[in-house]
Structure formats: structure tokens, C-alpha cells
Design a protein around this ligand. Structure first.
Ligand SMILES: [Zn+2]
Ligand SMILES: [Zn+2]
Ligand SMILES: [Zn+2]
Length: 256
């Protein structure tokens, strides 16, 4: 299994428009954070988790050459508004690309991208996709993808677990509470990637401290904290987290 952080930032992206703080003006590339997305290549499958507004730039910057399936955690703007660029992959691969999400996410995608489902278009390209409600684990080739229901404020949304060839990764970019029913799916993980928004508490995201507590409880072999704001300078946060938790950066690729 190989995975690439296409984006590690909160909804604004970092630098944030109109901000001159030390992180937003930093020359360190690791402080430049696109909106959250993860690219996983495993068992011959090339999978994107979320298609944020930065998706085209992420694809071009980090060598995403193929997309066999898209999984959407939830329909917030920072996770879906690059979705139209999936059309280059459906054109190149000459196929409809399956797009998975909870029934509520798919319902909202059909409203926000209403042109995708229409049969005829007089001009221009559209993503050729098949929307699929995911209510349980699904198999793609040799890999298994299990939805992980979590709280994101008052919304009940999804993270995902990917099992491939005995390796197991879980990705939960937006989360303020993990229900006890979901914890059993987070056992024996090789990799856990979890929302750790900012030092201060937030109603719809784990804070830095809460994320550390959850990552310790989960106890994956490798842990990463994502969906970060300009309140977290890369180097300083990494020193705070120590060796057990990695602060990822856009373009970081990990091979298991
Ligand atoms: Zn700033
Ligand atoms: Zn969200
Ligand atoms: Zn988000």
C-alpha cells in the first residue's frame, strides 16, 4: 500500500486569504496546506478520498495519474468542490468512475452536481461517474473499504478504513467524536490519519490535545494529524507531538 497526502489543511487552506501571521507568510513549504484529500494506491486500485477545491492542483503537483474510485467523507465545500475535475480521469480511462459516500452525501452530490446525472450535453465535458450509496464494507479488486461513521459536530459522517494485503489504514479527516461502535474498526491499524484541527477546542473538530488522546487510544503503528489551521506551525507542532505522531505535509508519500 502506498498513500499520498494531497492536502492537509482546514477549509480555508493555508495560507489563509488576507492573513499575515507567521504560518501564512512562512517560506516553509510544509506550512502550505491545501484542503484535505488522500490518494491511496493498493491492490492495483487508485483511490481518492475527497475532491477538494484544490483537487486539480493536487493531481498535477503530486502525480495522480489514475483514479479508479472516489470516496467522499461528507459534502462540505472543502471536500467536494474540485469534483468536476474527475472528468479528466473518466475521459482518459474511458469509463464511468464509481463515487461512494453515505446516502446523505450522495443525495447532496446529486443536487450540487446536478449536471452529472443528465444524459445528454450539447457541449463541454462532464465527469462520467456512478454515484453509489455506501452503507457497509465494499470490495474493489483485492482491497476492502469499510465506512467508519463518526461525529462531525451534529453531522454523522464517514471516515474510511482500507484493508489491502494484510495492511490496514484508516482515514478520518473531519471528526469531533468517535462513537464507541466505530472503535472496534480501528484496531490493529498500520496507519491512522485523524483530524487535529488546532490547539483551541472547536465544536466540529478534534483539537490538537483531543486528537493526541484519540491517537494514543487507537494505537496505530503510524499516526498522523491532519486538517490543520494556521494556528499550527509545522515544525513547532512536530516538536510538540514528538516521535509517536507525524505532522504530514502536502505531497508526503508513505509506502508500507
Ligand atoms: Zn494566518
Ligand atoms: Zn467538514
Ligand atoms: Zn473539512
Amino acid at each position: 500500500m502506498k498513500f499520498t497526502f494531497l492536502g492537509t489543511g482546514t477549509s480555508h487552506g493555508i495560507p489563509m486569504i488576507g492573513c499575515s501571521c507567521e504560518v501564512c507568510t512562512s517560506n516553509n513549504e510544509k506550512n502550505k496546506r491545501r484542503r484535505c484529500s488522500l490518494y491511496v494506491v493498493a491492490g492495483g486500485q487508485h483511490i481518492v478520498f475527497d475532491t477538494p477545491p484544490d483537487f486539480r492542483d493536487q493531481v498535477l503537483s503530486f502525480g495522480v495519474k489514475r483514479v479508479d474510485a472516489v470516496f467522499l467523507t461528507h459534502p462540505h465545500a472543502d471536500h467536494i468542490y474540485g469534483f468536476d475535475d474527475i472528468r479528466r480521469f473518466s475521459d482518459l480511462q474511458k469509463t464511468h468512475i464509481p463515487v461512494y459516500g453515505s446516502p446523505e452525501t450522495i443525495r447532496q452530490m446529486r443536487i450540487k452536481f446536478d449536471y452529472v446525472d443528465k444524459a445528454s450535453h450539447s457541449f463541454g465535458g462532464v465527469p462520467r461517474v456512478t454515484f453509489i450509496n455506501q452503507t457497509g464494507p465494499i470490495t474493489l479488486g483485492d482491497i476492502l473499504i469499510t465506512p467508519l461513521p463518526v461525529w462531525h459536530g451534529k453531522d454523522f459522517i464517514l471516515g474510511f478504513r482500507i484493508d489491502s494485503n494484510g495492511q490496514r489504514l484508516a482515514y478520518i479527516p473531519d471528526c469531533s467524536a468517535i462513537p464507541k461502535e466505530t472503535f472496534p474498526y480501528l484496531e490493529n491499524l498500520d496507519v491512522m490519519i485523524l483530524d487535529g484541527l488546532r490547539p483551541e477546542n472547536h465544536p466540529t473538530h478534534f483539537s490538537t490535545k483531543e486528537c493526541i488522546e484519540q491517537l494514543k487510544r487507537i494505537g496505530a503503528k503510524q499516526s498522523f494529524m491532519t486538517h490543520l489551521t494556521h494556528n499550527s506551525e509545522h515544525h513547532k507542532l512536530q516538536i510538540q507531538l514528538g516521535e509517536m505522531i507525524t505532522v504530514p505535509w502536502d505531497g508526503l508519500q508513505v509506502v508500507l
